[in-house]
Design a binder for this molecule. Structure first.
Ligand SMILES: [Zn+2]
Length: 388
């Protein structure tokens, strides 16, 4: 009798479950004579699942599966049977599991994950061990210093029936679509030389519709880089304005940004099925603004802009933001480089020359690698616990 009293005194009225997701108090019932907890109340705090098949109940917790029989004071786990104080039972359509199982067996059989404190009646779930830092084991690429494989989608703007801007100052017969393809192919060659994987959205003079371009950047893609040539509308400033600017997707803040976004989105009119539909851009943008890719895109834009501006004969027009359809759906850090003005004599000559295109391609590659190095350092910082 005294022993029973002692046991009763040791049975807590409730159990505290503490995990990285929060804490929960679970009531303990002794209605069947031994201490038990409702499985359904453990589902949320522990991420536990129950499947009932007649009298057989399988409880999955972390990597483990426990097999119970309603009314039987035994359970099976990993091929062995274990006795319990009390048996699982069903009351009010709810499965109750013995407290003995939760407080004694779970911390014993899943010792790396759970710890039971009998004095506080508290079950602690330890955070899952972080994945081994892949970064630390791989040897760096001798050219770039990068340690992980990366795939870059390079998108030469326009193509086929869409010439892009006609290019007042470009060599005869050449339009934006030829310059973007030239730079795109040189950029691919340079990135491949440095050990990166590259996908071109187009490798010839064909039109890929705007909405399809980001689809090249899905699972196996780290960055999306679209290449374009700028132009000024007729007017006083037309021939003076020059230089390079790099965009990431966002709402346009200035008239110039709106003009460039409108110009590049205008390729839509070459896509009969989409003409005049307005497109899903606004919707996608709302979603994107909550997205970390926005911040990453801004950083990528900053690094690429810095490198290209350093070799460009024109002005450094800085990082800009605009609602570009081609960037909005990429779901990866994505930028659009306006590599110069086809309405300016000096820019046009630079863009029209193989040497100019090569310099631009190398500079964009430098910016991409600088970004990826920073990105890898950031991952190593979070995975290996090192300071950034
Ligand atoms: Zn363009």
């Amino acid at each position: 009798m005294i022993l029973l009293f002692l046991l009763a005194a040791l049975i807590p009225h409730q159990v505290l479950i503490a995990t990285s997701r929060g804490q929960a108090n679970i009531p303990v019932t002794t209605e069947s004579g031994s201490a038990a907890v409702a499985a359904v109340l453990l589902a949320r705090p522990l991420g536990l699942t129950v499947s009932l098949d007649g009298a057989a109940a399988r409880v999955t917790l972390g990597d483990g599966a426990f097999d119970f029989d309603v009314g039987s004071p035994f359970f099976r786990y990993a091929g062995a049977a274990y006795p319990m104080v009390g048996a699982p039972y069903i009351a009010r359509d709810t499965l109750f599991l013995p407290l003995h199982w939760l407080a004694d067996y779970v911390p014993r059989l899943l010792a790396s994950r759970y710890r039971w404190d009998p004095w506080l009646a508290r079950l602690d779930e330890r955070p899952a061990a972080p994945p081994p830092p892949a970064v630390a084991v791989a040897t760096p690429n001798p050219i770039t210093g990068l340690r992980l494989p990366h795939t870059i989608v390079v998108d030469p703007g326009h193509g086929g029936v869409d010439p892009g801007n006609p290019g007042l100052t470009l060599p005869r017969g050449i339009t934006e679509k030829d310059i973007t393809l030239g730079i795109g192919k040189l950029l691919r060659a340079e990135l491949v030389r440095r050990g990166l994987n590259v996908v071109l959205t187009r490798a010839s003079d064909t039109l890929i519709d705007l909405a399809s371009r980001p689809l090249f950047c899905r699972v196996d893609c780290d960055l999306f880089v679209s290449i374009h040539v700028n132009s000024m509308p007729a007017g006083r400033r037309q021939k003076q304005v020059n230089g390079v600017e790099t965009y990431f997707v966002s709402d346009a803040k200035t008239e110039d940004q709106k003009r460039v976004a409108q110009m590049e989105n205008d390729a839509l009119r070459f896509e009969p099925s989409r003409a005049g539909s307005g497109g899903p851009l606004g919707f996608i943008l709302n979603d994107l603004q909550l997205n970390e890719y926005l911040r990453e895109s801004a950083r990528l834009a900053e690094l690429v802009q810095g490198k290209v501006a350093a070799i460009h004969p024109g002005e450094d027009r800085g990082v800009q933001q605009g609602p570009f359809l081609v960037l909005a759906a990429a779901r990866r850090p994505s930028i659009l480089v306006e590599t110069g003005f086809a309405t300016n004599q000096k820019d046009g000559a630079f863009l029209g020359s193989t040497e100019g295109q090569r310099k631009i391609a190398l500079a964009i590659a430098d910016g991409i690698v600088a970004y990826l190095l920073e990105f890898e350092r950031k991952i190593a910082g979070t995975g290996g616990g090192q300071a950034r």
